[in-house]
Design a protein around this ligand. Structure first.
Ligand SMILES: NC(=O)c1ccc[n+]([C@@H]2O[C@H](COP(=O)([O-])OP(=O)(O)OC[C@H]3O[C@@H](n4cnc5c(N)ncnc54)[C@H](O)[C@@H]3O)[C@@H](O)[C@H]2O)c1
Ligand SMILES: [Fe+2]
Length: 308
């Protein structure tokens, strides 16, 4: 029986239409001058990278742009991004601009900027990150992963066909900057897939075993459901259920887009404390997933994961 729980999130969340206009004041507060912007070709083609880079240029930041993130980024590509950035300048702060793939890549690079080494040095159980990562501003352009507030970064181990999830509360971005207008051009298919991801985060967090009954000692990242994660997940389910069909069918409906971004944010705050369950476990078949399933006391699920 666990007697205590704790709740972590990103320290600062800025949300609203036009919120991107706050980027300069956010970076000033972080005392950052040399900025690495991590993003992908789809975001660039959508014109979003130009908007952000001209904001940075107008405010006289030294900016290096890495725009080669691929969906579900391979481990080696994180190393490439880090080496590229390091060869250009000393980095004060990292911006992750895009969906979960770009934000997770930015998390890993911010980790390497602060602590060096290789991404796999930090894999193999939670809480392997030795201290704070470099200042990181996460700007989501999908309404799905909630990565802008979570403690997780997911890479792909291409050789072994595995997802490598690095999990540590130090990986939470310093600031989450959410501007629903940036999600207006998200294609319907990605809107649907990322929206279902957010919905499953919320449902799995809400239905997680209560924290008191999680079979683990000491400090753990995914603690089972706690009152705060329940409240966040409940509201996230409501928002996503009402707005996902609208956002898919009417991509330019700003209210639906805004509610989806709010829903995925709340779901991320929730699941990154409570944990996810069956669907994510099966989507991530490795020992870590088995361990989480075992903590939950879900022996059937643990053995399914062992079997995959
Ligand atoms: N860190 C976490 O907590 C967490 C949680 C869940 C999933 N993930 C990871 O996140 C990744 C998936 O992220 P995702 O679903 O956000 O998708 P994504 O980042 O892979 O992006 C999917 C595609 O959508 C395009 N796109 C994104 N925003 C756009 C916009 N506004 N306009 C036009 N095109 C746009 C991108 O260019 C890309 O081609 C996976 O690697 C997954 O494992 C991370
Ligand atoms: Fe997910």
């Amino acid at each position: 029986m666990r007697n205590t729980w704790d709740f972590y999130s990103t320290e600062r969340i800025v949300f609203g239409n036009g919120a991107i206009g706050q980027l300069d004041s956010i970076l000033q507060r972080l005392k950052a001058k040399n900025i690495l912007l991590v993003t992908d070709p789809g975001i660039k083609n959508a014109g979003i990278v130009d908007r952000i880079s001209s904001l940075l240029e107008q405010a006289n930041y030294e900016t290096v742009i890495y725009d080669q993130v691929v969906p579900e980024p391979p481990v080696d590509s994180a190393m490439d991004c880090y080496k590229f950035a390091k060869s250009q300048m000393d980095i004060d702060a990292v911006i992750g601009l895009g969906g979960g793939s770009s934000i997770d890549m930015a998390k890993i690079v911010a980790l390497l900027v602060a602590h060096g080494g290789h991404p796999l040095d930090y894999y193999g159980g939670e809480n392997q990150v030795p201290g704070p990562i470099a200042p990181l501003v996460a700007i989501p352009t999908t309404a799905g992963t909630g990565s802008e507030v979570t403690s997780v970064a997911v890479l792909t181990d291409v050789e072994n066909n595995l997802k490598v999830g690095i999990s540590d509360n130090y990986l939470r971005p310093t600031v989450a900057l959410l501007d629903p207008e940036l999600t207006l051009g998200l294609p319907a298919y990605v809107t649907a897939c990322s929206g279902i991801d957010a919905l499953s985060h919320a449902i799995e967090a809400y239905t997680a075993k209560p924290s008191a009954y999680i079979q683990a000692e000491g400090s753990i990242l995914f603690q089972g459901s706690i009152p705060i994660s329940d409240a966040l997940a409940y509201r996230a389910i409501e928002l996503i259920a009402k707005n996902l069909p609208l956002a898919v069918q009417q991509g330019s409906n700003l209210e639906a887009r805004s509610n989806m971004l709010m829903g995925s944010l709340l779901a991320g705050m929730s699941f990154s404390n409570a944990g996810t369950a069956a669907a994510h476990c099966i989507g991530l078949p490795n020992w870590r997933a088995c361990e989480v399933a075992a903590w939950r006391g879900d022996r059937a699920l643990a053995s399914i994961c062992h079997g995959i």
